[in-house]
Each structure stands twice: as C-alpha cells, then as structure tokens.
Design a protein around this ligand. Structure first.
Ligand code: HEC
Length: 231
C-alpha cells in the first residue's frame, strides 16, 4: 500500500462515526441502525465473550438481535440459550437505563468508567430504539457470512477433524454449525474452530460435510465436500 493511500484510510477512520455532530438520529431506529453502535461501543464486553463470563449478571450478548430457526436454520443451534440477546425485552429495558445517568449519578452505568461517554446521537438512537426495539430489514448492502476450511481430509478414520474459520464481510457477528452424518459441530462466534467429529461408529463410505452459517440477517449453507469414512 502506498503511503498516500494509507493516509486516506487514516483520514477516513478519523472522520468515521462518533466524530463530531455529522451523524443524525434516525426517526425510527431499527436493529440495522443500532447494531453498529453496540458493536463499536459495547461488544468488546458484550459480544460473544459475554456467554463465557461467569458473572450471572453479565450474559447479555448484543452481537445478535435474535437467532431464530426461521432466519438462521440449523445455525441457530450454536447459540447458547441461556444468553440474553439484544432483541429481548430485558435487554432493551436495561440498555435504555444504562446509557443515561440514573438517580443523580454523574455518569451512565454503561459503558463503565473510564470508557468515554457515548456521543449524543448514539445515546439518542439507542434510547429511541429501546422504546420500540424492532429488528427491521437487513441493510440493503448485507452480504452473507463466509467459511474457510483447511486440512479437510480426503479419507477419515476414527475421527473427522479439520479447521474452519467463519467470518462476515460486513463485520457482523457470525454463528454456525458444521454438519456431517446427522451430527452438528457448534460454532458460537466468529473465528477459527478445530472441528472434530468422532466418526468411529460411522459407516464406511462418503459423507457430505456442510457449513450452515448465520449473521443474524440471513443464513448461508456451504458444501465443504464429501469425505470418505474408512473405519
Ligand atoms: C469494559 C466492558 C464493558 C463495556 C464496554 C460495556 N459493558 Fe455493559 N457490562 C459490563 C459488565 C462487567 C457488566 C456486569 C456487571 C455490572 O452490572 O456492572 C455489564 C452489564 C451490562 C448490562 C446488564 C444489566 C446491568 O445493568 O447490570 C447491560 C444491559 C449492559 N451492560 C449494557 C451495556 C451497553 C449498552 C454498553 C455499550 C453502550 C455496554 N454495556 C458496554 C461491562 C461492559
């Protein structure tokens, strides 16, 4: 990359959301307006790691509005059902209370100090949305999530193991499953997984392997390929 193009990228970042008063508050914000705010301001703590925290007050996961079988298909199986997602009434009530100072407090509860308070348009967008927390349509530019597989064996004996990396070109969160022979390997977040099936009881012959992924807006199914089981 030339120094000149990196300078332009840097300027683009500096002028991005959160900088100045240019950004406006949508009249009827939907999840497409709110998700990028939560992603930028909250999901370092309330993204997929929320499900892994021991603190019972903490399992609010704001990287998905909901994960329904209608939208996500079998990928929905990968979401921990004990986590409260952003579209649940409990989340919107808490979010609207947490981003403005309560009971004479100087600072809002969230994001916790010493994080800087959110810019006003973000607070207003979150509050408006929390009053009527609709999902709405996906952004028109939304693209489906992706999977990259490496070390897929041609023949598998005893176990079927390989690496899968799931991601989303729009920066949305992703969950999904790898399916083979009626079994599902869950992937509850974007990133890399050491996929492993105990194939020792599977009948010999070809097995289709598929990935079913969901970014919360659409699901995508990818054929990863047949693997010969050779027990
Ligand atoms: C630096 C980490 C961090 C960030 C960033 C953060 N939170 Fe939290 N959040 C926590 C922790 C820790 C808890 C649980 C402990 C607590 O309640 O104080 C929590 C709890 C919550 C809860 C549960 C109910 C409650 O009030 O206890 C909500 C809702 C919440 N946060 C909303 C948000 C929102 C909205 C943002 C972004 C504007 C945000 N948080 C940013 C760490 C964070």
């Amino acid at each position: 990359m030339s120094p000149r193009s990196s300078l332009f990228i840097l300027l683009g970042l500096l002028a991005g959301p959160g900088c100045g008063s240019g950004a406006s508050v949508p009249a009827n914000p939907t999840w497409a307006d709110v998700e990028p705010i939560l992603r930028g301001e909250c999901n370092s703590c309330h993204g997929w790691t929320a499900g892994e925290m021991a603190n019972p007050a903490y399992p609010f996961r704001f990287d998905f509005y909901d994960v329904t079988a209608a939208v996500c298909g079998h990928a929905a199986l990968a979401m921990d059902p004990t986590v409260t997602l952003a579209g649940s009434p409990a989340s919107s009530i808490q979010i609207s209370a947490d981003v403005v100072p309560q009971g004479g407090a100087k600072w809002p509860r969230m994001p916790p100090q010493p994080s800087p308070a959110l810019p006003d348009f973000e607070v207003q967008t979150l509050k408006l949305w929390a009053g009527q927390p609709v999902k709405g349509p996906p952004p028109t530019t939304n693209r489906p999530p992706t999977v990259e597989v490496s070390q897929l064996p041609f023949l598998a004996k005893g176990q079927l193991a390989f690496t899968a990396i799931i991601d989303d070109p729009d920066g949305d969160s992703v969950i999904g499953v790898i399916e083979a022979n009626g079994f599902a390997f869950p992937m509850n977040r974007p990133g890399s997984f050491a996929v492993n099936f105990d194939a020792s009881q599977w009948p010999p012959g070809p097995v289709d392997v598929q990935a079913v992924l969901c970014d919360g807006w659409v699901s995508a199914t990818y054929d990863i390929g047949p693997v010969q089981i050779q027990n």
